[in-house]
Write a protein that binds this ligand. Structure first.
Ligand code: FES
Ligand SMILES: [Fe+2]
Length: 326
């Protein structure tokens, strides 16, 4: 039988796992390290991904740590994203437990209202940006770079023809370990055989990697795509689908340093935004069932990330004990 030409799903017959082509020769440590150095040298304008936009509401504050700073986020009456220090400037009450009233935070301990434009007892909001998928915070004293008005965002598909989901995973490592893992596409079909097959890195420069890969749907069927990996800023790796089903779709991997844990090991949040796009008519239907699809998209990302976090944590462990071979 001839496979229909415009059918996105293809039969695949990958060799048994141990018989596939080894990729370690292509995955040269110096090449990945040089791509990482290039990424780390890019400006971030001191912006950090804080959370998914949808996690921040006007109903209650959301507390998170970024680079050891305790922060709190909520939305004001106009729905604007607000992010400020997480400790009340009066006697230090945790503001993640505050109430949101009239768009301001009201401290539970003695009723101090915070969050207007004027500073209160030295407390003031940080610059924040909501890009529609992710909530960002600018921490100038942490980043130490020249501040930018807005975070450096990758190109994304139009919102009205796309579907987004954000998954967050925590790791015992630093952001650069997460970026390094993402800049090693060669591990795909070996380390994640349940998700990828027939992976070939077609071009690997300092600035971008071009990868041909089949997303596995089942044992013998998959969706072949061409993907481009780039780093728009030092804590983000972006995969654009440039050919194949879902062309225009984007997976953004953002690594946010949370600070050092009680055990002395740094913690990093991997906040991954999948923005799926397809010009196919069926995709409009998929958008109407978006709430049902979102958990599936999240789960798919999390399964990969269990393994990728193990990779990043391993790199940090070896790096921090002088045993890293790369
Ligand atoms: S600790 Fe917040 S008002 Fe006193
Ligand atoms: Fe991976």
């Amino acid at each position: 039988m001839t496979w229909p030409k415009n059918w996105p799903i293809r039969p695949i017959s990958p060799p048994p796992w141990a018989r596939q082509e080894p990729t370690w020769r292509g995955a040269r440590p110096a090449l990945i390290a040089s791509a990482l150095d290039k990424a780390l040298a890019r400006p971030s304008g001191n912006w950090f991904v804080f959370a998914a936009s949808s996690e921040v509401t006007s109903a209650r504050p959301l507390g998170r740590r970024v680079a050891g700073r305790e922060l709190v986020a909520w939305r004001d009456q106009g729905g604007e994203l607000r992010i400020g220090p997480g400790a009340c400037p009066h006697l230090g009450a945790p503001l993640c437990d505050a109430a949101v009233d009239g768009g301001s935070l009201v401290c539970r301990w003695h009723g101090l209202a915070l969050g207007g434009d004027a500073p209160v007892l030295g407390w003031r909001c940080h610059p924040a940006h909501d890009d529609g998928v992710l909530a960002w915070v600018r921490l100038d004293e942490v980043g130490g770079e020249v501040p930018l008005e807005r975070p450096v965002l990758p190109e994304r598909p139009p919102r009205d023809t796309s579907l987004d989901a954000v998954a967050t995973v925590l790791g015992r490592c630093e952001p650069e370990d997460v970026v390094f893992n993402r800049l090693d596409p060669w591990h795909g079909a070996w380390f994640h055989p349940y998700s990828f097959a027939e992976l070939r890195v077609l071009d690997a420069g300092d600035e971008e990697f071009l990868v041909e890969v089949t997303f596995r749907l089942a044992k013998r069927v998959g969706v072949p795509v061409l993907a481009r990996f780039t780093c728009p800023e030092p804590r983000t790796v972006v995969m654009h689908i440039v050919e194949g089903e879902g062309v225009g779709s984007v997976v953004e991997t953002h690594a946010t340093p949370l600070g050092v844990g009680a055990d002395g090991v740094p913690r990093t949040a991997v906040i991954e935004a999948t923005i799926a796009h397809s010009p196919r008519p069926g995709f409009s239907y998929a958008r109407t069932v978006a709430p049902a699809l979102r958990p599936v998209m999240r789960w798919a990302a999390k399964r990969l990330w269990r393994d990728d976090i193990a990779y990043a944590e391993r790199r940090y462990e070896l790096r921090s004990t002088g045993r890293w071979p790369g």
